[in-house]
Design a protein around this ligand. Structure first.
Ligand code: 5RP
Length: 258
């Protein structure tokens, strides 16, 4: 079944949200306030727990800025994202109705973001659709709490680079990745009843791989090398971030532009 499901981790204290949630919310609200175009037509919605707050803020825009949301179409990046859009009462469409340049913006989370706004994504296994939607958008806006900020991708050893692979090819791709210098490779587990590999929204597996820290200038090269391996569907390396919003636990957010 779809693995791309996120549960908002709320603090148990009555009505209060935890500090990290406050940081995520600050980033998402500010990104929507500063980047949601008044005349938006098609908007991409990424995946993850931070994007939940972006959709929450978008739903308030009718009242806050008088934006007619019935004129906007939202494109999801996976099962969770689609549920989120529908749940907020917004119009949902599918990415196969659009092509390069058709989306005004996409707002998406990230697992690690470097100084050049390259990022690692795929913590929720939605990397393929996120990249597809991202490449159809004219602007890629990243929202995250500030703990995701990193000088070099991989230096925090958060989760490494997720790679989506065709299931029958995973042992072969593992061997290829070792040859490319991967220091650690794990077939992501925790699918249904935690009794097997995670299966993506596209029916594939995820290999979590560590390459140590990656120079910002090397991200694209590594992405290309991995992508060339037979069996690889997509990598979690994204090199086209345009703007990033990092939220702090005090409820403020700072912004970085490439
Ligand atoms: C899913 C992703 C998410 O955007 C990423 O994992 C960030 O999630 P969160 O906002 O919950 O930290 O890439 O594939």
């Amino acid at each position: 079944g779809p693995s791309c499901v996120f549960i908002r981790s709320m603090s148990l204290r009555l009505g209060e949200i935890s500090l990290v949630e406050k940081a995520k919310r600050a980033a998402a609200y500010k990104a929507v306030d500063e980047h949601f175009p008044a005349d938006a037509k098609v908007v991409g919605i990424g995946s993850g727990s931070t994007v939940i707050y972006a959709v929450e803020r978008i739903a308030q825009l009718a009242e806050l800025r008088g934006i007619d949301l019935s004129k906007v179409t939202f494109v999801p990046t996976g099962f969770q994202s689609k549920q989120l859009i529908i749940g907020a009462g917004l119009n949902v469409a599918s990415i196969d109705q659009f092509s390069v340049g058709d989306l005004d913006i996409v707002i998406d989370g990230a697992d690690e973001v470097d100084d050049s706004l390259n990022c690692i994504k795929g913590g929720g296994a939605c990397l393929f659709q996120e990249k597809l939607v991202g490449q159809c958008a004219r602007k890629f806006v990243i929202v995250a709490d500030s703990s995701k900020k990193s000088h070099k991708l991989g230096s925090k050893w958060i989760q490494g680079v997720p790679i989506e692979v065709i299931p029958m090819a995973y042992p072969k791709v593992e061997a290829d990745l070792l040859r490319l210098g991967a220091k650690q490779i794990t077939l992501r587990q925790g699918g249904k009843a935690k009794a097997g590999p995670v299966v993506t929204d596209n029916g594939n597996f995820i290999l979590d791989t560590h390459f140590g820290s990656i120079e910002p200038s090397e991200v694209r090269n590594l992405d290309i090398k991995i992508k060339l391996l037979v069996g690889v569907v997509e990598t979690g390396l994204f090199d086209y971030g345009a703007v990033a919003y990092f939220g702090e636990t005090d409820g403020t957010a700072s912004t970085f532009t490439r």
